[in-house]
Design a protein around this ligand. Structure first.
Ligand code: AMP
Length: 392
């Protein structure tokens, strides 16, 4: 079966076409700057990269180009060969704890949940509708970032604010990166041949979240009502004293959108270093003696270490710690600094084993109390597998 995995943003559309059950990637690509001018798309087929500048007035036009490319490159000979389309959706609220087939109610629910993820959910619906229009007979599924976290219990997902606000507005922790944490759980459980693992899954990328998992179920996770909470990230602040928000608003005369922008887009590694949100630039900076880059790196590591230690306690001792996503898979320095700060838990990194990027690998020494692994994530494949399982 050929399954398309789609991630639609407000002005972008990323896709990967898989052959399943072989898990073979046939083509992937990204359409960018949709509806905002200077639009273009890039494709990767058999290791070859193609870039074309075209006028992408809306998502429907991008889908049309995508279908033409699939046929012109002889990936498919007719659109009927696409057996299913899986869409990433950021916010499924408390309504969805698993992947579902798209129908009118599902679309309305995603729209209604836009209050909790305004930029993302609205864009996802535009993407879903564009594919339904282009391929009216092909089943679509939605895979929610929040679904895997729905096993959290009330004492973990509630905030200590008046209970009525939870009842009135559903203010609670939802958690994100669920598709990635589920992929990591499946990969490490399969590798160690154990389904009863206590896992601390560290998805550390531009956005980062740490999740505690027991017997395949999420116990707690670091992101919250929105992906702003938890550890310090590329441009997001993570957990801070909430009083800082009204304080800055008053002092800097900012409205709600402006303070949200400051905490989401100008904080984290970027805010502290003043240099970049990209961990490679931060590493370059600290290697060249930039003190603010060193400070940003140390602060970021500290917040990750705090969550790992807290979740180790919550799990009453983890069996395994996994690192994934851009930084988790590639930053040797970040993993080393995290492990060194966890020595009180008997964690020991093996520097030679840790000298690895983007590959599944054991990185702790044999006498480490908790083994640590790099486990590359693949959210697109997880979305395609879910879709395949639902429609086969
Ligand atoms: P993601 O959001 O998962 O795509 O991750 C993006 C982050 O991964 C950025 O901060 C990148 O700097 C970081 N990253 C990617 N490759 C490397 C690398 N080789 N070394 C350090 N950080 C990396």
């Amino acid at each position: 079966m050929k399954i398309l995995s789609v991630n639609a943003g407000s002005s972008s559309l990323k896709f990967t076409l898989f052959e399943l059950p072989e898990k073979k990637e046939l083509i992937n690509g990204t359409f960018e700057k949709i509806g905002i001018g200077n639009s273009f798309y890039t494709l990767k087929i058999n290791g070859e990269k193609i870039r074309r500048e075209v006028d992408l007035t809306d998502h429907g036009v991008a889908v049309k180009y995508l279908m033409d490319e699939l046929i012109n490159n002889k990936i498919i000979s007719s659109l009927d060969e696409i057996d299913g389309i899986g869409h990433r959706v950021v916010q499924g609220g408390a309504l969805y704890n698993k992947t579902v087939l798209v129908d009118e109610k599902v679309i309305k629910d995603i729209e209604d949940l836009a209050d909790l993820a305004p930029l993302h959910n609205k864009a996802h619906v535009i993407g879903i509708k564009a594919f339904i229009e282009a391929l009216p007979n092909t089943p679509n599924t939605v895979v929610f970032d929040t679904a895997f976290h729905q096993t959290m219990e009330e004492d973990k997902f509630l905030y200590p604010i008046p209970y009525e606000l939870y009842e009135k507005y559903n203010i609670r922790k939802y958690g994100f990166h669920g598709t990635s944490h589920r992929f990591i759980t499946n990969s490490i459980s399969e590798y160690l041949n154990r389904m009863d693992l206590k896992i601390i899954s560290c998805h550390i990328g531009n956005g980062s979240s740490i999740t505690a998992i027991k017997n395949g179920k999420v116990i707690d996770t670091s992101m919250g009502l929105t992906p702003l909470a938890g550890v310090m990230m590329g441009t997001r602040c993570g957990d801070i004293d909430p009083s800082i928000i009204p304080f800055i608003m008053k002092k800097e005369n900012l409205n709600a959108d402006q303070i949200s922008d400051l905490l989401n887009k100008k904080s984290g590694l970027l805010g502290i270093s003043g240099v970049s949100s990209d961990s490679r630039d931060i590493e370059d900076g600290l290697n060249n003696g930039n003190k603010r880059c060193m400070l940003a790196q140390k602060m970021c590591v500290k917040t990750i270490v705090n969550y790992i230690a807290m979740y180790n306690n919550l799990l009453n001792g983890a069996d395994v710690i996994c690192f994934t996503a851009g930084i988790g898979e590639n930053s040797i320095l970040t993993r080393e600094m995290i492990a060194e700060s966890l020595s009180s838990l008997g964690i020991k990194i093996d520097k030679e084993r840790n000298n690895v990027r983007g590959k599944f690998a054991l990185i702790s020494s044999d006498d480490s109390k908790i083994p640590m692994y790099v486990v590359p994530t693949n959210e697109e494949l997880m979305i395609a597998i879910d879709t395949y399982n639902l429609i086969k």
